[in-house]
Design a protein around this ligand. Structure first.
Ligand code: NAP
Length: 286
């Protein structure tokens, strides 16, 4: 499609002839020193915490931005937001012949969903949830202007968005600045009975603080897709906790048919001498 002639190799004895490395953390390459003529490293993952600190990479590192990945995340986040908004568990789990019609869910317009992270994935999900009628707020490092979404930035902005978010969705990268963004103090800012949905990274949440907030009733439920250690160890208290839903890092994944377009477009740009897309800011860590 891009008019490129490419030799696609899974291994080579001549690393000095390689122009681009298509990278996944599960792949064989971690030392890029032998790739002396490399033009770019093209990550198959959107999250680059496992590679951005690699000092042997001296060329642009590009992260994955993929319409298929965004679509998957939009669907997963929307589904879990609606589960908690509608209180679906009450009528799906433990049916016992008891006609429990005392609580009808509020309308979406009366529920606030706060997104921590308004990048490619956060914005895609915030837009979908906003179209369903929810009040949507978003927090990012630099203040963003987004139609229909009230936006915040900085430490004060974090306090403001948390204080009004009935449902919080974490779509931040794992960086030195974002670790434990949800901790004892910040969890306490949330409205009583708030829900947490984390498809971002496990390091964003202080696990012990979350467990304490769930046990005290401050937080009603946490749906977690990502963890500090993956696979989540069998003995971790999240598995058995009645107010935690564990999903095994399946919120969304890179889809070959669309992601290959991103990879090929960056190779085309490299060959044409044009700037690469989605270059990681190594100082910021994402
Ligand atoms: P992205 O486009 O780089 O967006 C990251 C967002 O986080 C941006 O809005 C950024 O702010 C914000 N941010 C970064 N540091 C911040 C800070 N210190 N304070 C406030 N906001 C900060 O990334 P993406 O493509 O949306 O992906 C987000 C994350 O999702 C990935 O890093 C990865 O960890 C995770 N992910 C998970 C799955 C899964 O299946 N569970 C799949 C793919 C990705 P600015 O807009 O100001 O830069």
């Amino acid at each position: 499609d891009k008019g490129l002639e490419v030799d696609l190799l899974c291994e080579t004895d001549a690393p000095e002839t390689v122009d681009y490395v298509i990278y996944a953390p599960s792949g064989p390459v971690s030392d890029f020193t032998p790739f002396t003529n490399l033009k770019a490293v093209l990550s198959l993952w959107a999250g680059v915490e496992k590679i951005e600190g690699n000092a042997s990479i001296k060329v642009p590192l590009c992260r994955m931005v993929d319409e298929g990945l965004s679509e998957g995340m939009r669907e997963w986040v929307t589904g879990h937001v609606l589960r908690h908004h509608l209180g679906m568990d009450a009528h799906i789990l433990g049916q016992n012949g008891d006609w429990r019609n005392d609580v009808a869910p509020p309308l979406a317009k009366n529920r606030t969903v706060g997104f921590l992270g308004l990048g490619t994935l956060g914005l895609a999900c915030a837009d979908a949830v906003s179209r369903l009628g929810f009040q949507v707020k978003g927090w990012s490092r630099d203040l963003k202007i987004v139609d229909g979404i009230e936006t915040f930035a900085g430490a004060d902005g974090l306090r403001e968005i948390l204080s009004v978010s009935d449902i919080v969705v974490l779509l931040l990268p794992d960086t030195a600045e974002t670790q434990n963004v949800l901790n004892h103090e910040s969890l306490n800012l949330l409205p009583d009975g708030a829900f947490i949905i984390n498809p971002g990274r496990g390091t964003l949440i202080d696990d012990d603080a979350l467990l304490a907030a769930l046990d005290s009733g401050k937080i009603a439920h946490a749906t977690l897709d990502v963890f500090r250690v993956e696979p989540l160890p069998e003995t971790h208290p999240f598995w058995a906790h009645p107010k935690v839903t564990v999903t095994p890092h399946i919120a969304s994944e890179t889809r070959p048919d669309t992601a290959s377009q991103t990879i090929a477009e960056n190779m085309r740009r490299g060959e044409a001498g044009e700037p690469f897309l989605h270059v990681v800011d190594r100082a910021a860590g994402y």
